[in-house]
Design a protein around this ligand. Structure first.
Ligand SMILES: C[S@@+](CC[C@H](N)C(=O)[O-])C[C@H]1O[C@@H](n2cnc3c(N)ncnc32)[C@H](O)[C@@H]1O
Length: 267
């Protein structure tokens, strides 16, 4: 494992199989909506950055067909391994373990990234670099969480870990750029400053039915898994029970998983 992988990134490595299992409920509908906005045509050359196990890269590969290309890149080797397995039979999809912010190839017709750009240490610089991978007149599509999405699960999980391990609840994350642009208007304005014209933001409403199975997959199949790092399996089981009890006690039956799909033409 690369020494620059910390926190959430280690969680993604560990989560690859569970990430794919959560995909049916969460990543795949969001990936499909991202690809629909991208409006891919047969033969297009596409860069899919932060591809995970392929929620947007796989439908993109189907849309561009055998004459197109999708370069799908992710920092996580286990994610890329899972994607290679899931995309056998789609030779136009080329999966690469690489840092999206350092990818050199350019002239893509479309650059897309679903739920990835806010992980870049420099979100603005990394996104501009991705925009620069597309040809002039090409399109860029970036999907982010709308403000408030997913937070209920994180709050109940944080409380459950604190209660079971008898520790203080995890500190609130310091607000950053992503917290200032997590609504449609500010996001469109921010994208317009990234070398894109005709920017549009689609609000993609999604609510997850929090059955116990899905509620736990939300934890072990996403970056939330990082909160379980270093806990023994028996302790993780106690956290699972506490978390599910806590959701039940508060009457949580749904999780807001709404995203903002921003797109524009590359100048
Ligand atoms: C929330 S997942 C989304 C995956 C996928 N796009 C989807 O929608 O299912 C975020 C992914 O971004 C990857 N990632 C984070 N920073 C990255 C970087 N600099 N370069 C490539 N991948 C990155 C993580 O490894 C993780 O797989």
């Amino acid at each position: 494992m690369s020494s620059r992988k910390v926190g959430t990134q280690r969680a993604f490595d560990a989560a690859a199989a569970d990430f794919a299992a959560l995909g049916r409920h969460l990543w795949e509908p969001i990936g499909a909506a991202t690809v629909a906005v991208a409006g891919l045509a047969e033969g297009d050359r596409v860069l899919d950055a932060c591809c995970g196990t392929g929620a947007s890269a796989i439908p993109a590969a189907r849309a561009v067909g055998a004459t197109g290309v999708v370069d799908a890149i992710d920092l996580s080797g286990p994610m890329i391994g899972e994607l290679r397995r899931l995309s056998a039979g789609l030779p136009q999809l080329r999966a690469h373990e690489a840092d999206a912010t350092a990818w050199g190839t350019s002239d893509y017709d479309v650059v897309q990234s679903a739920l990835g750009i806010f992980f870049f240490p420099d979100m603005t610089g990394g996104t501009e670099r991705l925009v620069g991978r597309a040809r002039s007149g090409g399109r860029a599509v970036f999907t982010i969480w709308r403000g408030g999405s997913m937070v209920t699960a994180g709050r109940h999980l944080g409380r459950a870990v604190a209660a079971v391990t008898d520790s203080a609840p995890p500190p609130q994350r310091e607000p950053g750029l992503i917290d200032r642009i997590d609504q449609a208007g500010p996001y469109a304005e921010w994208l317009s400053g990234r070398g894109l014209s005709d920017v549009d933001v689609v609000v993609n409403d999604l609510r997850l039915a929090m059955t116990p199975e899905v509620a736990w997959l939300v934890v072990i199949g996403s970056g939330f898994r990082g909160l379980l790092d270093d806990l023994e399996p028996a302790v993780v089981e106690q956290v699972r029970e506490r978390y599910l009890d806590s959701l039940r006690e508060e009457g949580v039956t749904e999780l807001d998983a709404t995203t903002l799909i921003g797109s524009g033409t590359v100048r």
